[in-house]
Design a protein around this ligand. Sequence first.
Ligand code: PLP
Length: 380
Amino acid sequence: MKYYINEPYLKGKEKEYVLDVIESGWLSVKGKHTKIFEEKFAEMVGVKYALAVQSGTAALHTALLALGVKKGDKVVIPNYTCAGNISSVLQCQATPIILDVEKDTFGLDAELFEEFLKYEKPKVVMIVHIYGFPAKDTKRIAEICKRENIFLLEDCCEAHGSELEGKKLGSFGDISVFSVRSEKMIAVGEGGLILTDNKELIDKALYWASRASPYRGDEHPYWWKYSYEDVGMNYLMPHLLGAIGRAQIENFDEILARKRKVGEKYKSCLQNIEGIKLQKKIQNSNPCYWLNMIIFEDEPKERVREIGKQLLKEQIEIRPAFWPLGDQKIFREFAFGNQDIGNHLFEKGLVLPSSVFLSKNDCEGVEEIVDVLLKIKNEL
Ligand SMILES: Cc1ncc(COP(=O)(O)O)c(C=O)c1O
């Protein structure tokens, strides 16, 4: 490929810290670099506590367990997102309720959420900030949750460093999660984090992610080490990955600045092209532009797919939009209401290369991608 969807930016102290881990001989969990990674991540988001685990999906599962989600509970999720949002709910034996998203930022629609509340009260609602764009109804949903005593879980897997009204995403909910898998802006390979201001919640997260043992080292007699109180998980992040994470977060300002440059460039090249719509940056927000998606408003899905195929032939990596969860056979029973916007995005959307390296030479790569894209579209 000439242009990639995403590439990790390994230009900091990754090698130095990884070598340090190897020399230290400590490969396991709760490593010194992992601890620093967690502290710096919490500081970046502006919350008190962070816990690093092995994936964003593991972070979602652990966060739900920490919130006390169990069989019979309902968890509201948006349809336009990753499978991790629904699998984590089902792993808790709870029931997901899939709602359609709104058309501007592709986040959970507060109107539909209020509509659902007329029938039932969920224990948790997840909002997802898709492609790094703050979900339009974040504040309204947070207010409803407060009023109705519902937990708000913010999924910031794609939104490292994004801001809304001067506050970082990940600080609006009771608990939030991030993914740091290789394609994300802070990338360790496979990994995730749980963040919260609530000490009790982070302690519970640690409990569930470390096999649900009450044993806490010096606090307890040594023979408690293999005692268990629940069926827990072994989810904590190993030290080598924590070392990469530490180097990544120390270099994050640069990664974020480059990604924003790429996103702004796409915006200036595409915002006035008829028939092409971009994801909306809402007022008082500063997205991280993790991915840049375009929507061909007037093209039938067959033509959108053909444009995608031709871009791939030109060595320009593209990605399809999410297939809405509520429209998939195995999950359809959990859909509440229609899934029209999610389906519209799926049929008309195309995700363009958004690599951090596209920021080179005043984003000339973005210009080339847009030229090829428009040529294909016009000649098809
Ligand atoms: C919005 C969202 N939530 C959850 C996840 C799950 O994260 P992971 O792939 O690290 O398990 C992803 C994917 O990375 C995602 O994009």
